[in-house]
Write a protein of this length. Structure first.
Length: 249
């Protein structure tokens, strides 16, 4: 589904990613953990096509197609979804209108007609119920005045509506209370299937209690330095990262 090969990237003159190799197969959930400043959010942004970063070496493949040179919207149309750590507010644009536009732009890019209004309404109703969202929420301006939990739930609602091939959740658990975390995580679990894949970027084990990963990768100083099963996340919760640093010396 997703393959990253020898990825190096800079922002300005600073090298942040120093040779990332990662393979994510359809149906899998991968968690990326690591200390602050390790390059986790940078990796997420680069997969999504953030042009603030310069990729100096390496390639990114989605379903065996090289997407390294594609613009962010082209990657989105092909099935890349990024849930932001800090979703932006768009006053005057309702949640419903935003998602209608996003879906129809994706359909247009893929040579499809716009989704009929009744079909769109049915889909919105189904997905909002899946995420336990109040219907009134859908008429509010996108993220304006939203709590942290509402913003994250809205991100997962967008994921549900767009049905991406690879969903990257960048610290979706930050700022969430236990109830909001449960609802968001349950939504992700209901959406994952054998035709998509999920990459979860997190600092904490608590999210992985709900979204259980098939693989856990530790990113430090721009490189993946250790990979393992879900048990690795538990070990990190108990020991921190110093023991991995000692192994690398």
């Amino acid at each position: 589904m997703l393959k990253i090969s020898n990825l190096h990237a800079n922002i300005g003159d600073k090298e942040i990613l120093k040779g990332i190799d990662l393979k994510v197969k359809a149906g899998e959930v991968h968690a990326i953990m690591g200390p602050n400043g390790a390059g986790k959010s940078t990796l997420a942004s680069i997969i999504a096509g953030n042009e603030n970063y310069e990729v100096t070496e390496g390639q990114i493949f989605l379903e065996n197609n090289d997407i390294s040179e594609l613009a962010p919207e082209e990657r989105a149309h092909k099935g890349v979804f990024l849930s932001f750590q800090y979703p932006i507010e768009i006053p005057g644009v309702s949640v419903t209108n935003f998602i209608k536009t996003a879906i129809n732009e994706k359909r247009k890019a893929n040579g499809q007609e716009e989704m009929p209004a009744n079909e769109m309404l049915k889909l919105i109703r189904e997905k909002s119920e899946l995420l336990e969202m109040d219907r009134k929420f859908l008429s509010r301006s996108l993220n304006e005045g939203f709590s942290g939990g509402e913003k994250k739930r809205n991100e997962i609602f967008q994921m549900a509506m767009l049905e991406p091939k690879i969903a990257i959740l960048d610290e979706t658990d930050s700022g969430l209370d236990i109830d909001a975390l449960r609802i968001v995580a349950n939504g992700v679990n209901k959406l994952k299937n054998e035709n998509n894949a999920v990459v979860v970027i997190t600092h904490y084990q608590r999210l992985l209690d709900y979204i259980v990963p098939d693989f856990v990768h530790v990113l430090m100083d721009g490189k993946i330095v250790k990979s393992g099963t879900a048990a690795l996340a538990l070990e990190l919760e108990e020991k921190g990262y110093d023991w991995i640093k000692e192994e690398l010396v």
